[in-house]
Every structure is written in structure tokens, then in C-alpha cells.
Write a protein that binds this ligand. Structure first.
Ligand code: APR
Length: 232
């Protein structure tokens, strides 16, 4: 008897998938992120120099995330689970994939709804929207946002590489592929893997074989692609 193996679809998402949920992408806002300079709020040096400014920035972004809702692009992904093994690797720190029903989500750059002890590294789900100076873990150490800042190690990259190695279909959506090591994940897929890129703009991508660029917004392009993939 012939059995066909379930195919593995990997979704690799970036800020563009959440843009239509009202969460601004960083590179579409002229180098400023909600009017903050990235170097002032998203680096370990910024945390050393002005932790209160860093916390203010993430408190603001956290409130935006809590007020945002998943859009049709997020909602279309769990539909694939009827037919495929599905893994989501996201660079986003929001929880919109999870709220849309995706079960298998790996956050490469952390989760804004978590805090992390600066000393032990242990993470905690936040009970309210803010982290302030003086908020401590159970061992008495300051809490920081559980996000990966520019220049920091990306702990989940090893898991992400493993996931990409077994992809049969890779859907890259809403990422400029400017930030490493995330952007290198594309080099870890099999040569037979089919790649779709969904982005209204051109994206420079080194691997050109097997790529179909769907030049549409996430909420238009992804639900249509999901429909197609469920037909075969
Ligand atoms: N639908 C699909 N793609 C979109 C949409 C949309 N509605 N709007 C914008 N985009 C695309 C842009 O054309 C761009 O290519 O989303 C991409 C966003 O790119 P970036 O802002 O660079 O976001 P991302 O690649 O996720 O950034 C990576 O850098 O900002 C830091 O740590 C942060 O995780 C983030 C990382």
C-alpha cells in the first residue's frame, strides 16, 4: 500500500503580516519606530543608558499589540493544518498568530507580552500592559521586555533552522529580510522546497530558484494562496 507523507508548510513572517492589524513596520516608517530612534530603544546599550526610555517604548508597543486584532492573513494559516503539518516562525513579538489559532508558533525575536529577568533569564507572562523600573522577578532582579534587541543572540535560531530543514513549502510573508540571522534561514531549506514570497514590494532575496513572488498585501495574498494549497 502506498502512503503519501504529509507535507510540511513553514510560514516565515515579519512585521508586514501585522501591518494591516495596525501595527507599524519599522522599515516603512523612515528609520524611526513610533518616533523613537531604534538605537535609543532596542539595543543593550540603550538599556544600560536609559532603561526608563526603553521600557516606555515597549509599554507603548505592548498596548498597541493588546488593542490589535489578527487579520485575514493570520486567520488563514491554521486552515492549512487540515492538510499539512504547519510551523510558523515569526520575527514578530506580537501574539496575533496565536490569537488567530496557529498552534505551532516559534518567536525568533521574543514575545512582547512576556517579561524576562535580567539576571536569571526566566520569562513571565505579564499580567498587565507595563513593565516599570523596580518591577522585579522572584529573585529580586529587574524585569525587562522578553524581546531580542539588535546585537543580541537569537536563542531560537537553532530550532528555526531545524524547522526550515524539513520544509516542503516555505511561505515568506511581510519581511524585508534585512535582519540576521533570521534572513539566513532561507539557506537552510532543501533544494526541492517550493518558496512563496508575499510582499507588495520587491524584496532582495539571494535564493532565486523555486520562488513565486505574490506581489500583494498579506491579507489579500495569503488567504488566496492557502485556498490554492488546500485544493491540490
Ligand atoms: N502585507 C505584506 N507585506 C507588507 C505589508 C502588507 N500589508 N506592509 C508592508 N509589508 C512588507 C514591507 O514591504 C517589508 O518588506 O513587510 C516588510 C516589513 O519589513 P521590516 O519592517 O523590515 O520588518 P521585518 O523584516 O519583520 O523586520 C525584522 O527587525 O524591526 C526589527 O526585530 C524587528 O523582528 C523585526 C526585524
Amino acid at each position: 500500500m502506498k502512503t503519501s507523507k504529509i507535507q510540511h508548510v513553514v510560514i516565515f513572517s515579519g512585521a508586514g503580516i501585522s501591518a494591516e492589524s495596525g501595527l507599524k513596520t519599522f522599515r516603512d516608517s523612515d528609520g524611526l519606530w513610533e518616533n523613537y530612534k531604534v538605537d535609543d530603544v532596542a539595543t543593550p546599550q540603550a538599556w544600560e543608558k536609559k532603561p526608563e526610555l526603553v521600557l516606555e517604548f515597549y509599554n507603548l508597543r505592548r498596548k498597541q499589540v493588546l488593542n490589535a486584532k489578527p487579520n485575514p492573513a493570520h486567520f488563514s494559516i491554521p486552515k492549512l493544518e487540515k492538510k499539512y503539518k504547519v510551523s510558523v516562525i515569526t520575527q514578530n513579538v506580537d501574539d496575533l498568530h496565536e490569537r488567530a489559532g496557529s498552534k505551532n508558533v516559534l518567536h525568533l525575536h521574543g514575545e512582547i507580552l512576556n517579561s524576562r529577568s535580567v539576571e536569571t533569564g526566566k520569562t513571565y507572562r505579564l499580567k498587565n500592559a507595563e513593565i516599570n523600573l523596580g518591577d522585579l522577578c522572584e529573585n529580586g532582579h529587574q524585569l525587562r521586555p522578553d524581546v531580542v534587541w539588535f546585537g543580541e543572540y537569537v536563542p531560537n535560531i537553532v530550532k528555526a533552522i531545524k524547522i526550515c530543514e524539513s520544509a516542503d513549502i516555505l511561505i515568506i510573508i511581510g519581511t524585508s529580510l534585512n535582519v540576521y540571522p533570521a534572513a539566513d534561514l532561507i539557506n537552510d531549506i532543501k533544494s526541492s522546497c517550493k518558496i512563496y514570497l508575499i510582499d507588495p514590494k520587491d524584496v532582495t532575496i539571494k535564493k532565486i530558484a523555486n520562488i513565486t513572488h505574490i506581489k500583494k498585501s498579506a491579507s489579500e495574498g495569503l488567504p488566496k494562496l492557502v485556498e490554492e494549497l488546500l485544493k491540490f
